[in-house]
Design a protein around this ligand. Sequence first.
Ligand code: 3H9
Length: 706
Amino acid sequence: MTDSASSGAAHTRRYEDVLVVTIDHPPVNALSAAVRRDLSAAIQAAQTDTQVRAILLLGAGRNFIAGADIREFGKPPQQPVLPEVCNQIEASAKPVIAALHGAALGGGLEIALAAHYRVALANAKLGLPEVNLGLLPGAGGTQRAPRLMGAEAALDLMLSGKHLSAQAALKAGLVDTLATEDDALDAGLAYTRQLLAVNAGPRRTRDATAALADKQASLAAVEAAAERVAATAKGLYSPARIVEAVRAAIEQPFEEGLRSERALFLQCLDSPQRAALVHAFFAERETAKIPELKEARSRRLESVGVIGGGTMGAGIAVSVLDAGLPVVMVEQDAAALARGRARVEQVYDLLVKKGRIPADERAARLARLTGATTYDALGEADLIIEAVFEDMAVKQAVFAQLDRVAKPGAVLATNTSYLDVNQIAAATRGPADVLGLHFFSPANIMKLLEVVVGSDTAPDTVATGFELARRLRKIPVRAGVCDGFIGNRILAVHRQAADMMMEDGASPYDIDAAVRAFGYPMGPYQMADLAGGDIGWATRKRRAATRDPALRYVQIPDRLCERGWFGQKTGRGFYLYPDGARQGTPDPEVLAIIDEERRRTGVAPRAFTQDDILRRYLAAMINEAANVLHQGIALRPSDVDVVFLSGYGFPRHRGGPMHYADSVGLDHVLADIRGYAKEDPAFWKPSPLLVQLAESGRGFGSLNAA
Ligand code: 3H9
């Protein structure tokens, strides 16, 4: 090592004849304008420095480079742009080596592909995940990756957005060698010295020909990808453009291919889908920024108790076991406990069958599960999650028992999806220890976890809920206490809007089709059939006594439930499921029941276009979300977006209901609601927050920034 120079976001240091350029821009070395400037200057200076024979690129901290700086998208571009920096690296007259560790993603991998040689550490993960942000790799990635790994593998990498391990990247031809060292500097210097020892010069990816030598096979891969995209990526903007960019890599000379890529990239960059997907990326990272975490840390969290071995309880147990924590499951009697354990085993059997986990891993996870039929077994648990029948008296009885057996400081959680967490906490002597942890079904798969904070919940109890989410790799969203918290409360309202449209003339099949056309995987009535109509029916009965008599109540769903038509599990609901079919077919008898209800209530059916349906459905959702925000049930609009994106199937490329509302314009949404209010002022009451924002020309996004 000789001299040392520092220039901010990327600093250089010479180790004899190797210039080490370290990108040092926490937290993830994203390629901000400052990084690009420093990097470009270092490469340029090295060209004329006679003491430098090779250039080694490294990332400081835990990653090589996580990609372009996502926060710069949508702002005026600053020079030098990333494609130019990549071209400059590739053009270097002295060999450039990239040593990859941690994330080498997006623009980070593109820098590495523009380098002449690549060494990866065992912990490196490589990928071109731009598609998840509505983009394509726009710094030469679509042209260079196919030249190294072939068109088919490159398309798979870019269309899936998946990460490759170092081993897989070596096999795919993306890196040249794997390091045995666990330090990027050591690994990079060792590899550079080997290269210099054999006088290895620049080796440019643009000139690599082997992987695309069979032009016909490469074009066939492009056609196959184009078909796949047309069939599966419906409504998405960037996947088809990724395919076109790879076609250009095959059909056009390198420089022209780069120009095609740039044009396609800029189209994606300008698209509303890019804005929505970037919003979703940051929104998911914002949810963990809550006031409680400023003042408190998680309590001890080494063991978990789960009360109830039903679908939810078993799913929660799997989720906790997957995270490496031991679980004690408590059920009423031995038979119920055996059923609960069998549910957990079934999940793991399926995972083994699908090859997702090896058999010994199944055994290891199940070995962490113990069962009991008395609450005393929960005495050592740090966190106990109740997942019993959704009934206040039942839940209160459980919490009274927990109050007796739980050790001091244990966190007591209810998995209720609607009930008042404060009332449940009142059954204990320590409401500070109680919170809601609302998992979504299937609990071991769904990413969302509503962390419900009661009026007496202690900050470290809340912090423990967030810590559990982190360990379970879930996305926690803080919610206040109200009927249904954030998600189910809003859902109840837009589902009511759908029911009213159904009585007024739209069929459930029309409504589902409109909601699917918007981008949801299924409509509200398919969803109801999947969840089981009895659950919503129980909630409606519970609410009957307190229902506002001024509000219209559509009885069609009750008519189906009275017949025992609870959806898929009973073979019929809004749809028919003959012979256990999972895909429902429209049911003429349901349409007849709807007609009958219209006659009974004196409604003359009218026509609804797909646009009418969507506008009402979304306006109801947005308006109630504004109420939820106004009342402080959700901390910020982007939290509501995350709830709907990760818990309710809201199409990610639309960014969530709040982001979508802003993109439509709140004045338009408010005008719609005021129009609907002329028919039904009791239901369509504009939220005060919506009025305030719309009338001051602001959007929900202005509250995120605050
Ligand atoms: C691209 O490269 C386009 C090019 O092809 C073409 C250009 C012309 N920029 O996730 P974490 C922040 S598109 C800015 O919690 P982890 C993040 O917001 C990009 N900021 O950590 C968070 O901030 P905060 C392609 C970024 O350890 C903090 O870093 N690349 C960026 O769980 C920590 O993040 C990608 O799509 C960024 N690129 O996971 C990769 N990345 O603390 C996106 C992160 O204020 N990133 N931040 O909340 C990731 O997948 C994960 O962040 C990563 C680390 C795996 C790297």
